[in-house]
Design a protein around this ligand. Structure first.
Ligand code: NAI
Ligand code: ENO
Length: 361
């Protein structure tokens, strides 16, 4: 691929543009908001100039409800040999494109399973898709050359291609992405009117559960509007579980000992099902879930502390697989959890102790 046109220079479009530009592809940028094109260009994602002929690949990174019209327009204007979109929903845009009389041969629906809770070009990074699944939904009509260009883009972004049927994709993301977004928002919404004394107690658990509740409501309304049926189905199963959980909790509150025992069994069953589901979540880079061991260290909230602890781990020859930080409310300190291979945990503990770090059990 030598030339590309990115339409929609927000988080996803600019991230892909940065990866392509970094590999020497000439990337043209366009967005209905000119300031976003300027920002993306200033970040090194490509040029604001319009292409002087058809590019190899047009990447359409606009909200799901605008994908079909944007692809149809790009095809009508002959802007590119192939057109790929990245919307979080795949069935609707394909059907809408057919209704608009778009060309199914040069179009391929795709969805990188990577993102952030922030929108816009300023949140973009060239490595956003690294190691993440990137779903491609070719049909019998899709041209092989178009599929090859999509695979080249996925390779440039160092993502992992996954081929799926569009409707199966939409049911899968209802379960693993769209319902979790709503549940995160529902838990976070409980905090809006909560007493400040309660909010002050927030720990790492609620931070983990509500991270994606900070996402852009406009974008998510678009995503959910494009996949309402499958999401409602998953959420309705969650609602049944919730009703069961409330029943178990009420039983735990009862004076009758047998009812209390039943209630406890109900809650334990749910927590066990949660353990089993959590074990199925793939680990880093889509690998089987990894059982890392964590080494917890007290860390001061001052410049250079993170760099110092990472450098000390590096000097000890230990690879940090993952990292979490828990900030202590109202204190200039926090706890950092360094996740490492189990065999490396004792060495890391010893090396950090030797360099004066305070290890917590
Ligand atoms: N945010 C995320 O984590 C992920 C989002 N996606 C999908 O990627 C697409 C883009 O999402 P983000 O980059 O997050 O949103 P964003 O809000 O950061 O960027 C969208 C851009 O599209 C532009 N735009 C809107 N309508 C347009 C039109 N008709 N013509 C040209 N430009 C137009 C907007 O001005 C904006 O700059 C969406 O379809 C979304 O479903 C896919 C994976 C992850
Ligand atoms: O932030 C996260 O963990 C995400 O999973 C982001 C995300 C949001 C929307 C998508 O369509 C795909 C990925």
């Amino acid at each position: 691929m030598r030339t590309a046109l990115v339409i929609g220079t927000g988080l996803i479009g600019t991230s892909a543009a940065l990866a392509l530009a970094g590999r020497g592809v000439r990337v043209h940028l366009s967005d209905r908001d000119a300031s976003r094109v300027r920002t993306a260009a200033a970040l090194g994602a490509g040029t604001e100039d319009a292409p002087d002929g058809p590019v190899d690949l047009a990447l359409v990174a606009v909200p799901p409800g605008r994908v079909a019209a944007t692809v149809a327009d790009a095809q009508r204007r002959g802007l590119a040999r192939a057109c790929l979109d990245v919307a979080s929903v795949k069935g609707g845009p394909r059907r809408e494109l057919a209704e608009l009389g778009g060309d199914p041969v040069s179009y391929l629906g795709s969805h990188p399973m990577a993102g952030r809770e922030r929108s816009g070009p300023m949140a973009a990074t060239a490595d956003l898709f690294e190691g993440r699944p990137w779903v491609l939904t070719p049909t019998a009509a899709t041209d092989t050359e178009v599929l090859n260009l999509a695979l080249e883009l996925v390779a440039v972004c160092r993502a992992v291609p996954v081929v799926m049927d569009a409707d199966a994709h939409d049911r899968a993301v209802a379960l693993v992405s769209h319902t979790p977004q709503l549940l995160s928002s529902l838990v976070a919404a409980r905090l809006t009117d909560a007493d400040e004394t309660a909010v002050r107690l927030c720990g790492q658990g609620i931070r983990d559960v509500t991270r994606i509740a900070a996402s852009d409501p406009g974008m998510w309304t678009e995503i959910l509007s494009a996949n309402p049926g499958p999401v409602a189905e998953v959420l309705s199963a969650v609602a049944d579980d919730l009703a069961e959980t409330v029943r178990a909790l009420r039983a735990l509150d009862s004076a009758d000992e047998e009812k209390r025992r039943d209630g406890a069994t109900g809650i334990t069953d749910l927590l066990r099902r949660g353990n089993a589901g959590r074990e199925r979540v793939p680990g880093k880079h889509g690998a089987a879930p990894a059982a890392y061991e964590s080494v917890t260290v007290l860390i001061g909230d001052q410049p250079g502390e993170l760099a110092r602890i990472f450098a000390d781990a590096g000097r000890a020859g230990i690879n940090i697989e993952d990292v979490r930080i828990e900030h202590a409310t109202g204190q200039q300190a926090g706890l950092i959890q360094l996740m490492v291979e189990p065999a490396a945990a004792p060495d890391l503990t010893a090396a950090l102790r030797e360099r004066g770090w305070s290890i917590r059990q």
